[in-house]
Design a protein around this ligand. Structure first.
Ligand code: 5AD
Ligand code: SF4
Length: 456
């Protein structure tokens, strides 16, 4: 690495995986800027390339290795420093150097705070440095550089104490560590003062939140406290574990219109046998009780889920139970995955692996099934009016896109909109994954804030 010139060094971060990773990258960017680095416009121009990685499925890891190959020549020529951060770094550790010897730095998600000192080690001549220890606290930084000017991610809990048999997260992100309510609320207030109107509370398992301060604020109380911050219009939270999902959370949503009408509640499978083998700690019936709780709310709350097909031992009959669960629950959205065996996980010891070809057949059937459900649900919304947060634009084509409080995407035509503003629309068309709308004139009702979707 050439450290002789006095030019300001530049960095570029590429992020793989979930929202937690996206937000971690924002924290790392903030740290690097505070260290005097400048942001580069592309990885080609950057002196330091950071890959913030995901390890949830094997495919995610393969993607990172193929991306790393892209930087090999520059790294070997001393033109670039290459850092691998995140879940894959934590999981694979030194093995990354074996597969990609030109990588300079490997640091797990619990060691980011040490990044400045790790970089100093590199600059002072170390060829390779690692940071793989677990830091006891949640990773907070006052420097966070957020990418989105109106929706802010805010971490409330790190890690996971569950032990789902397929999941690598307890190994990559370590045990649960919650932030104090005071530090969360202070950050939320600061965000509102900076102009943010939507906050998304993040954690691997947000409803396991345990306030470490003497106050012991519950997750539902924390939701209410954030929702009551003046100036905030939308609060979301993800991800919830069905086992820890309580009536208090539904009550909080009911009594605080600022809390969005959307719950992401991963079920993973509709079969009790598979759920038990997965060690999910609930049965299909118990899960459906939680769904009934959510459906009993005064406000119509959208539901989305995650599903894994082809878990070891999943029979055709088990798979069909997942399909009937989709019918019963009527999700508004679903993320689906074929089971991928991961290092260290208990599921590795299970026999009866489902052949890849069969996994593919099941996921295609599952997605087609859910597509029909979503299309029918969305078609019922034609003619209804919603408030959107405008999030994206294609100015040349006069096209904009926004989200309802229920997290539905709506595309609409308009001459000019301000990104980050809230506008009323009427739904004119529906597809399985998004709606089409027409912009309505600003009504008194829609200016009154916070957006409640009354379509269902
Ligand atoms: N294989 C396939 N999907 C997985 N997920 C987690 N681990 C695995 C794995 N080993 C899915 C789960 C989880 C989502 C984030 O990723 O559905 O909810
Ligand atoms: Fe993984 Fe289960 Fe923890 Fe979710 S709750 S992160 S699936 S171990």
């Amino acid at each position: 690495m050439d450290t002789c010139d006095n030019r300001t060094r530049t960095f570029y971060i590429e992020t793989f995986g979930c929202q937690m990773n996206v937000h971690d990258s924002e924290k790392v960017a903030g740290l690097l800027l505070a260290q005097g680095y400048d942001a580069a416009a592309s990885s080609e121009e950057a002196d330091l390339v950071v890959l913030n990685t995901c390890a949830i499925r094997d495919k995610a890891e393969q993607k990172v290795f193929s991306r790393l190959g892209h930087f090999k020549a520059d790294a070997l020529a001393g033109k670039k420093t290459v850092a691998v951060l995140g879940c894959m770094a934590q999981l694979e550790g030194e093995k990354i150097f074996a597969q990609a010897p030109y990588v300079h730095l490997v640091a797990g998600s619990a060691s980011y705070r040490k990044l400045p000192s790790l970089l100093v080690q590199l600059e002072t001549g170390n060829q390779r440095v690692t940071g793989l220890e677990y830091d006891d606290q949640a990773f907070e930084t006052e420097f966070t550089r957020r990418n989105n000017p109106f929706r802010a991610y805010l971490t409330i809990i790190e890690g996971c104490d569950k032990a789902c048999a397929y999941c690598v997260v307890p190994f990559t992100r370590g045990p649960e560590r919650s932030r104090t309510n005071a530090s969360i609320l202070a950050e939320a207030r600061r965000l509102v003062a900076e102009g943010y109107t939507e906050i998304q509370l993040l954690g691997q398992n947000v409803n396991s939140y345990r306030d470490p301060s003497p106050h012991r604020m519950s997750f539902a109380e924390l939701l209410a406290a954030v929702a009551e911050i003046p100036g905030l219009r939308r609060v979301r939270f993800t991800t919830s574990h069905p086992r820890d999902f309580t009536r208090e959370i539904v009550d909080a949503i009911d009594s605080h219109p600022t809390l969005c009408n959307h719950v992401h509640l991963p079920v993973q499978s509709g079969s009790n046998q598979v759920l038990a083998r997965m060690a999910r700690e609930y049965t299909r019936e118990e899960y459906l009780e939680k769904i009934a709780l959510i459906r009993s709310a005064r406000r119509a709350i959208s539901l989305t889920t995650d599903i894994i097909v082809g878990f070891p031992g999943e029979t055709e009959a088990d798979f069909e139970e997942t399909l009937t669960l989709l019918d019963t629950t009527q999700y508004d959205g679903m993320f689906s995955f074929t089971y991928s065996p991961r290092p260290n996980t208990p599921a590795l010891r299970l026999d009866d692996q489902v052949p890849e070809e069969e996994k593919r057949r099941r996921i295609i059937a599952l997605q087609a099934w859910q597509r029909e459900i979503q299309l029918a649900r969305n078609q019922k919304l034609v003619g209804k009016q919603f408030e959107l947060l405008v999030e994206g634009e294609n100015r040349k084509r006069g096209q904009y896109t926004g989200r309802t409080t229920n997290n539905r995407v709506v595309n609409f035509a308009s001459a000019e909109e301000k990104l980050g503003s809230y506008v009323p629309i009427r739904v004119t068309g529906a597809g399985p994954h998004s709606l089409v709308g027409e912009r309505l004139a600003m009504s008194v009702a829609s200016q009154r804030s916070p957006g409640t979707e009354r379509g269902e």
